[in-house]
Design a protein around this ligand. Structure first.
Ligand code: CTP
Length: 399
């Protein structure tokens, strides 16, 4: 049985010759048990009639913002909430360009811009258009935005030319959709703990020692594991971020000591533990109960004591858990990362270098190298943190 059964799919069709193949794609999706809502661009309707599409999908086709005779408003926001997957096939060069740049001049693009679900695109165009730097740039942008690209095939094109640009066959697109849903369920039944954000170590009721960690990387990891069906426990330091997605339980902590206690007491029964938090290594030995006054002292000495090492403690407690640590280094990066991995008894360590302009605190992007306990190194290009989270999940938990 196909894993598309019962899934809600928005099928976006833009105006290219390959639109005729969308009829077959629609049929295959419906046959596999999916509920499909077609959204077509005005140009798409020049190639294929909405009557055929609504007959096959069993739903009126959405094309305009309003239905002319009834004045009914089609809500792209509702579609975004309803859908489990959006497939745009064919995606013309123009549609791809609009998607990459947020030009929302038709219902298909507004639906794309408010999509909460994964979006998959099957481009179709002539080989010169496909090869054009502008198209390639837009495709790269979409990839960075998390869109899955079903690469066009090489072959005979509608223009009579031979080359890359022909839309993937409907069967291939269905396979890509099935592969996506297989991945979303691949960690069902697994339990994952993620630490994220900074820790704050109080000095007095109004001051603390902290760091610039935003929590973005850890939150993206929690969301990625949850999107694959895992039950996630997110132990978050003081950050203002909200976590998105179902299947995530959040414990908020402030200090390293609190994070340590939450992590140690929940470690048992976990399958994966990802330690993305930037934990303060030291905390003031005593916390003043009242605000420390400026008057009367020209100097101030704070005595700091070492915080417990969460990673090393969990590493020593580990039975079947896989532990993934992070290392943010400025020099001798690989050497230091591998040393941390061994010392803390981790299974993987994710290295990011502060020297890299696209890596580090408060950024939306990161550039990582994943190192395994056998010394295997996997280097990735700079990507958005949501995409980096996918690479980490792929490597540590399998594709
Ligand atoms: N870590 C932890 N508890 C601590 C310190 C670090 O769990 N008290 C974890 C981090 O979440 C990270 C890994 O250990 O996954 C490495 O953190 P890092 O600060 O780079 O390591 P340190 O051992 O503190 O080394 P350094 O001297 O470079 O700060």
């Amino acid at each position: 049985m196909s894993n598309l059964r019962g899934k809600h799919i928005v099928l976006g069709i833009s105006g290219g010759i390959a639109a005729y193949k969308s009829v077959m794609l629609l049929r295959l999706l419906v046959k596999a048990g999916a509920e499909v809502q077609v959204v077509i661009t005005p140009n798409g309707k020049e190639f294929i009639t909405p009557v055929t599409l609504s007959a096959l999908s069993g739903k009126p086709v959405v094309s305009e913002f309003f239905t002319a005779n009834t004045g009914e408003w089609h809500s792209h926001v509702d579609l975004g909430l309803w859908a489990d997957l959006m497939i745009i096939a064919p995606a013309t060069a123009s549609t791809i360009g609009k998607m990459a740049n947020g030009i929302a001049d038709n219902m298909l693009i507004t639906t794309y811009l408010s999509a909460k679900e994964q979006v998959m695109v099957a481009p179709a165009m002539d080989l010169d258009m496909w090869r054009h730097p502008s198209t390639q740039r837009n495709i790269e942008t979409l990839k960075r935005d998390g869109v899955i690209i079903v690469e066009p095939e090489a072959g005979e094109l509608a223009s009579g030319l031979v080359g890359k640009g022909r839309m993937e066959e409907p069967e291939g697109i269905v396979k890509a959709a099935e592969a996506y849903f297989a991945k979303t369920a691949s960690l069902t039944g697994k339990r994952v703990m993620v630490t994220a954000g900074p820790t704050f170590e109080n000095i007095d009721p109004v001051r603390f020692i902290g760091n610039y960690s935003s929590g973005k990387m850890g939150f993206a990891i929690a969301e990625e594991f949850a999107s694959r069906g895992a039950e996630v426990l997110l132990i978050a330091g003081p950050v203002s971020m909200e976590v998105k997605g179902e299947g995530i339980k959040r414990i908020n902590v402030v200090s390293a000591r609190e994070m340590y206690e939450a992590a140690v007491s929940n470690f048992d029964g976990m399958d994966y533990v990802v330690l993305a938090a930037a934990v303060a290594d030291y905390a003031p030995e005593t916390v003043s109960e009242s605000k420390i006054k400026r008057e009367g002292t020209d100097e101030m000495v704070l005595k700091l004591v070492k915080n417990p090492d969460i990673a090393a403690t969990l590493g020593s407690m580990k039975t079947t858990q896989k532990i993934i640590g992070f290392a943010l280094e400025t020099d001798h990066e690989l050497e230091n990362a591998l040393h941390k991995l061994k010392k803390k008894n981790l299974d993987w360590i994710v290295l990011n270098s502060l020297r890299d302009p696209e890596a580090g605190f408060m950024k939306d992007t990161n550039k990582i190298t994943i190192v395994s306990d056998t010394g295997m190194e996997l280097e990735f290009p700079a990507k958005r943190k949501t995409e980096v989270a996918k690479d980490i999940a792929d490597v540590v938990a399998g594709k």
